[in-house]
Every structure is written in structure tokens, then in C-alpha cells.
Write a protein that binds this ligand. Structure first.
Ligand code: CMP
Length: 144
């Protein structure tokens, strides 16, 4: 089933000049990037995006970090892409992420884990609508 996922390259990925490497992995896998936006997230949007972690002890650090520099927010489309992208991203704690995953190959700290990707259809819908208007998402056909 065709799905859309919300994916965000976090400030550490942008600062380390890894945007191209990560996008390359998604494209080579056959996924379609249908929206991108380079932005510095404000505190309000960060708190909404991470609302489910509001009571966690790391919440303040998480919000401070995600607002600390530019991120690349994007929408990626493909068949069952939500779980596929989570697999490509790897475990939240990069030390537990398999080699060959994005976090397993590029990161070592949970608080600097490079990338966010929606974990379910419901999160994808919610997160995409927080970051993008419908008119900012491109519908186009790619050859198979
Ligand atoms: P992400 O997949 O974006 O979703 C929630 C984020 O919270 C997660 O990546 C981590 O960056 C962060 N996070 C989760 N657990 C911890 C933790 N124990 N300490 C610091 N940050 C955390």
C-alpha cells in the first residue's frame, strides 16, 4: 500500500554535511521524495512535534537540540514506506542500531541520532500536517 512518511534530518546531520548521503539512501532504495523544507524549528512546533515525550526527563534537552540549528523536514512516499524507512533508520539508540542503518552507520548518541521518521500511519499524518501544507507536497509520477 502506498504510504507517506514524515522524515526529518536533525541539526547534527545538517551540521555534519550528511544530507546528501542520507537522501541518496532513500532514493537508491526506490523511495520518492515529495516534499522538502529546510527550516529552523521554533519551540512551539518542537513541543507539538514531540508532545508524546512531554513528561520525559530528556524533553527539555530534546527541544533545545531540535531547535538549535536547521533541519531538513521532508515527506517521503512509497509502498509501505513507514516501516521500511524505520528499518533503514535503525534503533533510537545508535549504539543498538544495526550496521548498515543510518543511525548505525553515522551516530553514537541517542540525543544526536541524526534523523526522525514517523513510527505509524497516525504519526505520519499528524507530523506531515504539522510541517507541511497540502499545497507544498508534490504529486508526480516516476518511472518504475
Ligand atoms: P526521535 O526518533 O526523533 O523521537 C524522539 C527522540 O527523543 C528520539 O529520536 C531521541 O532523539 C530522543 N530521545 C529518546 N530517548 C532519549 C533519551 N533517553 N535521552 C535523550 N534523548 C532521547
Amino acid at each position: 500500500m502506498r504510504e507517506r512518511s514524515f522524515v526529518m534530518l536533525k541539526p547534527d546531520a545538517v551540521k555534519r554535511r550528511l544530507i546528501g548521503d542520507v537522501l541518496n539512501r532513500f532514493e537508491r532504495r526506490g523511495l520518492k521524495v515529495v516534499a522538502t523544507k529546510m527550516m529552523v524549528i521554533n519551540k512551539e512546533l518542537a513541543e507539538k512535534h514531540y508532545a508524546e515525550h512531554a513528561e520525559k526527563p530528556f524533553f527539555k534537552d530534546l527541544v533545545d537540540y531540535i531547535t538549535s540549528g536547521p533541519v531538513l523536514a521532508m515527506v517521503i512516499e512509497g509502498g509501505e514506506c513507514i516501516s521500511l524507512i524505520r528499518k533503514m533508520v535503525g534503533a533510537t539508540n545508535p549504539k543498538e542500531a544495526d550496521m548498515g542503518t543510518i543511525r548505525g552507520d553515522y551516530a553514537i548518541e541517542t540525543g544526536r541520532n541524526m534523523i526522525h521518521a514517523s513510527d505509524s500511519t497516525e504519526s505520519a499524518v499528524r507530523e506531515i500536517s504539522l510541517f507541511f501544507k497540502d499545497s507544498e507536497i508534490c504529486n508526480y509520477i516516476l518511472p518504475d
